[in-house]
Design a protein around this ligand. Structure first.
Ligand SMILES: [Zn+2]
Length: 170
């Protein structure tokens, strides 16, 4: 059983910039395992360490949501090296339960980072995987889905969330 829980919008930690991981050790691998476990338990397709309260540059993604073994992507200190095009699509986030927003993201990205074993990796992705990578790397800089919509829509959503918080539904 994982002891981690997912922080929701309103938690100040979600707005922080995360620090690069300096040392890949047993503690970090345990964090990765816990993140993967909670991502699957919550039926998400991606999770970033700040969402579980760890200000470290670590992301986990599985766009098959656990359906296809081998699709799990774990990246330490991921960086977007190149991106191309733009696509607008409906998107959710485990830190914004029951909310989906139309978000514009690159169609294609090239990302580099480290595996949990400390090996350098580089991957190119398009479609949903590109979107998920871009979304999770955003989290590492404190950028959330509501930071990628118009100020007008953002006000609307924030008001909606505040109302939910007031009545204890958030
Ligand atoms: Zn998210």
């Amino acid at each position: 059983m994982s002891i981690l829980s997912i922080l929701k919008y309103g938690e100040p930690l979600l707005l922080e910039k995360c620090l690069p991981v300096e040392k890949i050790d047993e503690g970090l691998r345990r964090l990765v395992d816990d993140m993967v476990e909670i991502m699957y338990a919550e039926e998400g397709i991606g999770l970033a360490a700040p969402q579980v309260g760890e200000l470290k540059r670590v992301i986990v993604i599985d766009i098959s949501a656990g359906e296809h073994p081998g699709e799990l992507v774990v990246l330490i200190n991921p960086e977007i090296e190149a991106e191309e095009g733009s696509v607008i699509a409906e998107e959710g986030c485990l830190s914004f339960p029951n909310i989906t927003l139309e978000i514009e993201r690159p169609r294609w990205v090239k990302v580099r980072g480290l595996t949990p074993e400390g090996e350098k990796v580089e991957l190119e992705a398009e479609g949903l995987l590109a979107r998920a990578l871009h979304h999770e790397i955003d989290h590492l800089d404190g950028v959330l889905i509501i930071n990628r919509i118009s100020p007008l829509k953002r006000d609307l959503i924030v008001r909606k969330i505040r109302k939910k918080i007031t009545v204890g539904e958030w």
